[in-house]
Design a protein around this ligand. Sequence first.
Ligand SMILES: *Cc1c(COP(=O)(O)O)cnc(C)c1O
Length: 435
Amino acid sequence: MKLYSTNNKDLRVSFKEAVFNSMPKDKGLYMPVEIPKLSKDFIENIENFSLQDIAKQVASALLKNDIEIEALNALVEDAVNFDAPVVKLDDQTFVLELFHGPSLAFKDFGARFMSRVMAHFLKDGEKLLDVLVATSGDTGGAVALGFLGVPNTRVTILFPKGKVSEVQRLQLTTNGKNISAIAVDGTFDDCQALVKQAFADDELNAKFRLTSANSINIARLIPQTFYYLNAYAQLKRQGFDKVVFTVPSGNFGNIGAGSLAYKMGLPVKSFVAATNANDTVPRFLEGGIYETKPSVQTYANAMDVGAPSNWVRIMDMFNENREEINKLVKAYRFTDEETLAGIRELFENFNYVACPHTAIAYLASKFYAANNPSENTAQVFLSTAHACKFPEVFPADILAKVALPTQVQSLKNNPEVYNELGKDFEGFKAYLLQK
Ligand SMILES: *Cc1c(COP(=O)(O)O)cnc(C)c1O
């Protein structure tokens, strides 16, 4: 596939170039010049396919000219090695659980696929690839576990000291091998600023082959289309022909991938974007101007984003036309109090323990369904992370019901290794140079 920049539609780069650069120099985002349509036959019979089969079909529709088919199929099989089940709560309400991967969050889909695509494109004997990533929690774990043991790659993760949960920290600090973690005495923004400075530093660029792993990378977006199609397949098996997806949104990569799946032919009645108080997109879709704001802290902290980086992709797919987006996408915001009430309601009514991001999606899904009654329509909200990653949010009675998945139990047996640094760039640079 060829890609252009959302800021320059005459630009043409290869998939490989887009993967290693993440972002065009003009600060737009890469988008496919042509979005291929999946065949009608495939969509009509999708209930007969597994998640891996669906993933292979989609990957080949997009990437068959970039990666030869046997290699692509092997890569997909290796990347998508866990399930994404749709769990029924009542006759029309379903939760799409995206937390069954190694880091217990949906970001595993993007990170595992991207790491394997990068490894595929790295030729033997080429310079080692150094991935630098700043994380507020979930991204780092997915990238660390996604790249763990991947040949010719090395990952350095910066996280704000004391500001990630225990499970998140263990996912960053217990890996060894090609993964190193740094606790920065500062905030997530400080971590991100250090990474940005490193990318702009001549000496570091001369010595290392640096790349980022953030959510704007096209190789993270593509694999997130797989589970939308696979959810549709599961609901079709249960007799539904109309589906509404509610997506808890921060940088809008997840719902961007849903929109890409829609453009490829996924039948969707609506998408609902659910946000916390960081409501740049709901304000815009309600008729306001598109005005980014500094992020505010909420219980759903993986969605504390005031300037959603993937929103331009959605604008691009809908010809920069808000009316067109409004026909397909609704957006609602919820406060921390409502989020807690949503967690409580899911627990009391369905005996279901959801992370705060998931609870916001539940609330938005319920609100949408109440205001848009529709026969034979499945209301599906996405669960983006396992509750055990956000224990500080839960009241004691619900916390007691949060199960610890096997992935976490094994983490606790490994020693933690990480460096501590201040937020000054010189310290970080010196650390990198002695690697
Ligand atoms: C990253 C993340 C989100 C937000 O996803 P976007 O693609 O940035 O919109 C939501 N929930 C959880 C748990 C996350 O880790």
